[in-house]
Each structure stands twice: as C-alpha cells, then as structure tokens.
Ligand binder design. Structure first.
Ligand SMILES: C[S@@+](CC[C@H](N)C(=O)[O-])C[C@H]1O[C@@H](n2cnc3c(N)ncnc32)[C@H](O)[C@@H]1O
Length: 274
C-alpha cells in the first residue's frame, strides 16, 4: 500500500514551479484551440487545507507559496499564477492542478482527471463537484493514457506522478520511447531532483533518445548535501512549438530561483532543449 499523500507537499516549491508553468502553457494552448481535451494522469485531491494534519506536518508551503505570494516584481507568469491561486483557493486552502485547470478552462474544454487512490479520489470528486466539463476517473493514469491515446488524437496531458516507486521514472521513459503515439499531443511532465548525479543520468538518457521537441526546465533549490531530501524539481515540456516559450521560461526560472532557493551555493536553474 503506497503512503504518498500530496497534502504533505501541497504549495511547496515544486507545486509553485509546476502550477506556474501549467497555467502559462494551458492559457497559451487556449489561444490556438477552440476547445482543449485535457488529461491530468495523477490528480490528487484538488484542494489542500493549510491547517490540517498533512500541510501542517512539514510545512513545505513555507518554502514555496509563502515565499512568493507577496511578489511585487514584473514577471508576468508569476503574476498570473498568483492571481489565479488567489481567485481559485478559498481562504486557508492551496489548490491542486485539477481545481486550477477547471477554473481556467472554457466550458467547451473536456477535462479528465485520473486518481488511483480511493480516499484521494473521493475528495477530488467533492472538491470539483461544481464543474460540468470534467470527468473524474478512479484509475491508473499511465494505463488510461496508454489506452485512450493514439497518434491521431490531440490532448494536453499533465503527468505528475509521486515517484514514490522507482517504477514511475521507468514509466516516463516508456512514454518517451513511444512518443510517436503522442505526436499530436502537448505534454507536461513533472519530476523530482532527488540526487543530482542520478538526475544527470536520467536527463542524459532522455537526451540520447534524440526526440527533439523537448524543453527541459530544472530548478535546484537545495545544494548538494548528503541528506535524503528532494533537491529541486524539473519539467519536460513536449511538443509545444512557440519560440517564446523558451525565452519566457528562462526569465521565469531565474526569477523563481531567486525567491525559492534555500542555499546561496545551490546550482543555477536550467532551461534547455533535449
Ligand atoms: C504529485 S500528486 C498529484 C498532484 C496534482 N497533480 C497537483 O498538482 O495538484 C500524485 C497523485 O497521484 C496519485 N497516484 C499515484 N499513482 C497513481 C497512478 N498510477 N495513477 C493515478 N494516480 C496515481 C497519488 O495518490 C497522488 O494523489
């Protein structure tokens, strides 16, 4: 039985990065498409309470949303993210990806939210009950996209596993090995940087696949010390064609890093094509 609950991590630096980029890319996709079919393979609850046994435990949000919520700088992506978070979350709650996307989607968009674990799934249903353009699916998100997609279908897919088991990295590799199947879809994949050496190997392995069309953004937050804590996180952004994305993500990563890094000697953020 897996014990991961996103409530322990909600609003942390990884959520800030992932949700800022998700909102940016979804809004960009809206400009080019009358309606979007969206799949969140690993949805979580949709809404997390600050004062709860989960968020209170490690208070990860203090190193995430709390460091940036009073942002007065000029970065448009951060301002948009904060704006949406403010509108979407009720007092004392941080929203998850399904609630964020449900709120910024058009009625004509179709949203599919997969969540494997029963408790999380029943909370997800409760937290999204006011939306009519969604379908909640109590199933394995990897299997769901494997079955649902073929190379003629065009979806916007967020793949945000917990990486509680190493298998999740293998499954990401499998998706990239089968990338032809997803050639019409836009994909955003989140991953943790648990250890810088292993992370370099993971990325080198992806680069060797020679796929192209992948932008990789990495945000190191904690320097290379021995402790077993997440050091930062990264995103793989696949099949998004607009040139400005690279520039916008460079500016975003520099600004977020300034606010979120926890050590002065931590590595710089990276934005690169793989
Ligand atoms: C990192 S959390 C998702 C957070 C969410 N995407 C967000 O940004 O708010 C991962 C979620 O995936 C669920 N999960 C784990 N394995 C899964 C699987 N194979 N398919 C679907 N959901 C899974 C976990 O229960 C957990 O709620």
């Amino acid at each position: 039985m897996l014990s991961y609950k996103h409530g322990f991590h909600a609003g942390n630096h990884a959520d800030v990065l992932k949700h800022t980029v998700l909102i940016y890319l979804y809004n960009l996709a809206k400009k080019h498409n009358k309606s979007i079919s969206y799949i969140d393979t690993h949805s979580g609850n949709g809404l997390y309470k600050y004062i709860s046994q989960y968020m209170e435990k490690n208070k990860e949000y203090i190193h995430g949303i709390k460091k940036i919520e009073k942002y007065v700088g000029e970065n448009k992506l951060i301002k948009k993210y904060l704006n949406i978070i403010k509108i979407v979350s009720k007092n004392n709650f941080y929203p998850g990806s399904p609630l964020i996307i449900s709120n910024i989607s058009h009625n004509s968009d179709k949203l599919y939210f997969c969540e494997l674990h029963n408790n999380e799934f029943s909370n997800l249903k409760k937290n999204l009950k006011q939306f009519t353009n969604i379908k909640n699916i109590n199933a394995d998100g990897f299997e769901y996209i494997e079955k649902k997609l073929d190379s003629d279908k065009s979806y916007f897919i967020l793949i945000d596993p917990s990486y509680e088991i190493k298998d999740d990295f293998i499954k990401i590799n499998n998706i990239l090995d089968n990338i032809e199947k997803y050639k019409k879809s836009k994909i955003l994949i989140w991953y943790p940087i648990l250890n810088y050496d292993d992370n370099d190997k993971f990325i080198e392995n992806l680069r060797k696949k020679g796929i192209g069309r992948i932008i990789n953004l990495e945000m190191p937050i904690i320097s290379n010390i021995e402790e077993r804590v997440m050091k930062g996180s990264g995103l793989l952004i696949i099949n998004f064609k607009e040139n400005k994305i690279f520039r916008d993500l460079k500016a975003l990563s520099k600004e977020l890093h300034f606010y979120l890094k926890q050590n002065d000697d931590v590595y710089n953020p990276k934005v690169r094509y793989l």
